[in-house]
Design a binder for this molecule. Structure first.
Ligand code: A3P
Length: 295
């Protein structure tokens, strides 16, 4: 199925002012025309915020904690990535069009780029937000291992680009603010990565309730065990190791990298942290939206 042996890195293009991969932009018409179904569940995140983690949790809930069923296919086939499109490889909208209901749909788009039918059909959505500093660090490693990205350059330069929103999917600040606002008017469960780390049981219970399911305690415990970082890291159906290495090179940095909160402290210098905090305050001032930078 994989015709390309390598993918040369290319600069980001832009769609409605949001920086994005050239091959997604090329097929954007399909994304805009995408037809959501009322029983779709949308999983939305800014990249590197715990998308894969929440996706596996939700698929486990949908399958009543049946581990074998959740190993039926790779996560990118069980929860297709809607706007994903690479020549001769994966096309998310086409994958989803063929998929029986109820579908799980992954996206990273900011609210203004979500296909309108998701709002019209009033689909349930789960948004996972992660603190900006850990996202920046995780994104820096992901830029290096995922060849769809331009070269991130040295950390200091990448951090500047991240703050300016000059990275794939644009500004983290605008993304979280946009989804936070929408959560006031739509059926959106807004979760934090840090809360999931702190008390995964509490957060998984919230998801179960949001989905209108009831699961026995032992099933919940099974879900928690199966979706722990240690288990997911060694599970080929979620760790992305089945992706061809021309697309993702785990020898540069594994997709399941650290899975902790506060790793930014190992990367930010004191000066970078002060500069980041000043910029952060400006971007986030006056908002009820609060992040914990460590737990
Ligand atoms: P790190 O790079 O900080 O380790 P996404 O799935 O949105 O691309 O997010 C990837 C990040 O989530 C990575 O962060 C990855 O390690 C982390 N992650 C994946 N599964 C996890 C889990 N079960 N528990 C905690 N973190 C997880």
């Amino acid at each position: 199925k994989m015709e390309e042996e390598h993918m040369p890195r290319r600069e980001l293009e832009s769609i409605h002012g949001i920086p994005l991969y050239w091959c997604f932009v090329e097929k954007w018409g399909q994304v805009e025309a995408f037809q959501a179904r009322p029983d779709d569940l949308l999983i939305s995140t800014y990249p590197k915020s715990g998308t894969t983690w929440i996706s596996e949790i939700v698929d486990m809930i949908y399958n009543d904690g049946d581990v074998e069923k959740c190993k039926r296919d790779a996560i990118f086939n069980r929860v297709p990535f809607m706007e994903m499109s690479t020549p001769n490889f994966i096309n998310g909208t086409e994958q989803l069009d063929k998929m029986p209901s109820p579908r799980l749909v992954k996206t990273h788009v900011p609210v203004q780029l979500l296909p309108i039918s998701f709002w019209e059909k009033d689909c349930k959505m789960i948004y996972v937000a992660r603190n900006a500093k850990d996202v920046a660090v995780s994104y820096y490693y992901f830029y290096q291992m995922a060849k769809l990205h331009p070269d991130p350059g040295p950390w200091n330069e990448f951090l500047e680009k991240f703050m300016a929103g000059n990275v794939a999917y644009g500004s983290w600040y605008d993304h979280v603010k946009g989804w936070w606002e929408k959560a006031k008017d739509y059926r959106i469960l807004f979760l934090y990565y840090e809360d999931m780390k702190e008390d995964p049981k509490r957060e998984v219970q919230k998801v179960i309730q949001f989905l209108g399911k009831e699961l026995k305690e032992e099933v919940v415990n099974k879900i928690l065990h199966h979706t722990s970082f240690q288990e997911m890291k060694k599970n080929p159906s979620v760790n992305y190791e089945t992706m061809p290495s021309w697309a993702l090179d785990h020898s540069i940095s594994p997709f399941m990298r650290k899975g902790i909160s506060g790793d930014w402290k190992n990367h930010f210098t004191v000066a970078q942290n002060e500069r980041f905090n000043r910029h952060y305050e400006e971007q986030m001032k006056g908002l009820a939206l609060r992040f914990r930078m460590e737990i």
